[in-house]
Design a protein around this ligand. Structure first.
Ligand code: SF4
Length: 482
């Protein structure tokens, strides 16, 4: 299906596109402003009114609440489409990545929780429970957010995975096709690690957290994994009082007893074992080469070795999954009882195989919004049963159902790196292919970025230029600070 919109003022084209995209996320949406005898949607904006029509439905909206021009136009389109499609999108018109920031601003202005909930509803048509989620997260995150420029976090990326998941849009390469690149990659990464160690020591920076993600860090073989973990530990962890060291173990098909022992040996405080779903047919369908039993076995093994802070990632809205699938996943996770659960909404990115298949009409994907809302509620109930609270949240473009990603944790087991990364108040030095360093200039309230090359081969070949570029950017803040 193609959505055509006649719009008399193209200045609001993007705002209106965003709202149509919530209801028709996988359709092509186009605009016209001069076609007569229009058959599809018409949106006519006049000083303080918006007129919308489609087929036999005609409505006019007035900005009686003074919520600002853009907010009003988005709200009018949202209300029209809600009435027409009978779909319920609980975030309303909010499409921003960090809605908890709005809640935090309002808290700082002295508004009560009820006033904030009412504001979210009046301006964005957001449901009470989503507004409350923003308030809870804003309050919790606020006690962790960094306020010292010299406190930093370090991110390291491994751009390989056992196989590529159907929905993946990251810089991840199936490891079997990249074997000759693995050793040179690890050597280049070690070189970056050593330069950054020297830089941190020289500038007297404090490393608060270290996060090793990807890709899948554990996708390399046991010896290669030992090599890179030793390099990280010796240079970035040892004698540095690092609060938290997280490694994404990701998929159980990448883990072994030896790798778990290596993680333990190098003082990893938090690991993530990510099933996404505990339904075997879905695991197969999304390109995973392991079963739900493998997840349970490796989780139990990690517990035996003494890991007491394990996160598990889940995805809501996976192709072919409905409420019963999510219920099954949640009941299996409940039995394992991890310390944190991160719930991701399905996001169909352009770089994914799934997106391509949908475009080529090789795959039909349109989950029912009501069921999607129930699936989210199921994951929230799981978190409550595990005595967890929501502690960080972010949203992405093209999320199915315009939903959210939420991290739940038992109090005291949260991932501080995740909070810092979302709140963007701390400099994060990022190492590895496609890793993006963010330097936060707290006094000027601005952020500068330096991205490493995405292609593994290019990263290896140009490692010196990347180290140089990164140090130059870091120096623009830290040279004069020390
Ligand atoms: S495990 Fe993650 S990074 Fe690797 S292919 Fe799957 S989605 Fe991509």
């Amino acid at each position: 299906m193609k959505i055509d919109i006649l719009l008399n003022n193209l200045n609001y084209r993007y705002d209106i596109y965003q709202i149509f995209n919530i209801f028709y996320s996988l359709e092509e949406i186009s605009f016209n402003h001069d076609k007569e005898d229009y058959e599809d949607y018409k949106v006519i904006i006049e000083s303080d009114r918006v007129y919308i029509s489609h087929n036999h439905m005609k409505k006019s909206y007035e900005d009686s609440e003074n919520i600002g021009c853009k907010n009003f136009i988005k709200k009018a389109v949202f209300q029209f489409l809600t009435e027409e499609t009978k779909e319920h999108f609980p975030w309303g018109t909010l499409v921003g990545i960090r809605p908890s920031k709005i809640a935090l601003d309002l808290i700082n202005k002295g508004l009560t929780a009820e006033e904030i909930i009412s504001y979210f509803n009046r301006v964005y048509c957001t449901d009470r429970d989503k507004a409350q989620l923003c308030i809870d997260i804003a309050k919790y995150e606020n006690s962790f957010v960094n306020n010292k420029e010299n406190n930093i976090s370090i991110y390291l990326g491994m751009p390989f995975c056992p196989t590529r998941c159907a929905y993946c849009s990251f810089a991840s390469n199936p490891i079997s096709a990249c074997k000759p690149l693995v050793e040179p990659y690890l050597l280049a990464l070690k070189k970056e690690i050593e330069f950054i160690r020297d830089y941190i020591n020289e500038r007297k920076l404090t490393v608060e957290t270290v996060y090793f993600g990807g890709g899948t860090p554990t996708s390399v073989d046991d010896e290669q994994f030992k090599f890179i973990m030793k390099a990280i530990f010796d240079n970035l962890i040892l004698n540095k009082n690092v609060k938290e060291f997280t490694v994404e173990c990701g998929r159980p098909d990448s883990l072994s007893n030896s790798k778990l022992e290596t993680l333990k040996k190098y003082n990893v405080t938090r690991i993530s074992i990510n099933p996404q779903t505990m339904n075997d047919s879905t695991l197969k369908g999304i390109g995973r080469k392991h079963s739900s039993k493998d997840i349970i076995d490796i989780f139990n093994k990690a517990r035996e070795l003494g890991f007491d802070n394990i996160n598990m990632d889940l995805i809501v809205g996976l192709p072919g999954e409905g409420l019963d699938h999510v219920r099954h996943t949640c009941s299996e996770i409940l039995k394992l009882s991890p310390e944190s659960v991160t719930v991701h909404g399905m996001s169909i990115k352009r770089a994914s195989d799934l997106h391509e298949k949908i475009l080529l009409k090789q795959y039909y994907y349109k989950p029912n919004q009501k069921e999607l809302n129930s699936m989210y509620n199921e994951t929230r109930a799981l978190a409550e049963k595990l005595n967890m609270i929501p502690y960080y949240m972010y949203r992405q473009k093209n999320m199915v159902g315009n939903m959210e990603n939420v991290g739940y944790t038992i109090i005291g087991r949260e991932c501080v790196y995740n909070i810092e990364m979302i709140e963007e108040k701390q400099t994060i030095i990022a190492l590895g292919a496609d890793a993006v360093t963010k330097v936060v200039f707290q006094k000027d309230n601005r952020i500068e970025r330096f991205g490493n090359l995405k292609e593994v081969k290019q990263y290896i070949d140009k490692i010196d230029a990347m180290i140089e570029g990164k140090i130059k950017l870091l120096d623009s803040l830290y040279k004069d600070n020390n």
